[in-house]
Design a protein around this ligand. Structure first.
Ligand SMILES: Cc1cc2nc3c(=O)[nH]c(=O)nc-3n(C[C@H](O)[C@H](O)[C@H](O)COP(=O)(O)O)c2cc1C
Length: 225
């Protein structure tokens, strides 16, 4: 398997990175077509990604900033949009959880290459109510519930074997019973104050429209690509 992967990389490396470029031509983004509510516009674009069966249509890159001002990005899944806010679930003791404890400002990025679209969102994250995390945790597959207890997300572990042992131990511990939500696992709700919608265009003249939340209203502006 490893050999096969190495071979695939060798073949790919025959193309120079500086020669990789895409000509974007799949759509337009006209200010007149935008929904006045950015969250609705985001929902429209997520639904478009789902309609074209885009891989991981709800995946978003979440960036947080640590106590030293160093940014960190990783992918999480958007699990809902409620009252204008974006929801995701994670381990509160993870790196991102620790970042969010001291700096609640986040940036989120969706990229749907099949649609030649990107959306940037910025805002403030806060923990959701325990009852909401309980409800979502209860809806997860049992394997994921065990994983949430077994994996000390972001901590250094000695080996894969240690992780497997932890998983088995947790599986046995909860044998025959429902698995409650671990107290260190739950949701965050991101309250956005900035959105930017990007649609690729020929000649790098991409369409960019942003919404800024000012004086309780969303102001839409065109940005140069
Ligand atoms: C497609 C995809 C979806 C993911 N979804 C989640 C998620 O919803 N929640 C989560 O905690 N981690 C998710 N991860 C793992 C994170 O990217 C990351 O590895 C993990 O949360 C630890 O990040 P941290 O150490 O910066 O806290 C996902 C990864 C991928 C590639």
């Amino acid at each position: 398997m490893l050999c096969y992967q190495n071979l695939a990389f060798q073949n790919m490396s025959s193309k120079k990175l500086s020669d990789i470029r895409q000509n974007y031509s799949k759509g337009f983004l006209n200010i007149l077509d935008l929904n006045p509510e950015p969250i609705k516009q985001l929902e429209i674009w997520i639904n478009d990604a789902i309609s074209v069966e885009h891989p991981e249509p709800s995946a978003m890159q979440l960036s947080t900033v640590d106590a030293d001002g160093r940014p960190h990005s990783r992918v999480v899944l958007l699990k809902g949009i409620e009252a204008q806010n974006l929801l995701f679930y994670t381990n509160y003791n993870s790196h991102k959880g620790k970042d969010l404890e001291q700096n609640s400002k986040v940036a989120v990025l969706f990229f749907w290459p099949l649609l030649e679209r990107q959306v940037r969102v910025e805002g403030t994250a806060s923990k959701v109510a325990d009852v909401q995390s309980d409800l979502y945790f209860a809806s997860r597959p049992r394997e994921s519930q065990i994983g949430a207890w077994a994996s000390p997300q972001s901590a250094v572990v000695s080996s894969l074997a240690e992780l497997e042992q932890r998983y088995k131990k947790t599986e046995n511990q909860f044998k025959g019973c429902d698995i409650p939500r671990p107290p260190h696992w739950g949701g965050y709700s991101i309250n956005p104050d900035y959105f930017e919608f990007w649609q690729g265009q020929p000649g790098r003249m991409h369409h960019r429209l942003c919404y800024r939340h000012q004086e309780n209203k969303w102001r839409i502006e065109q940005l140069a690509p």
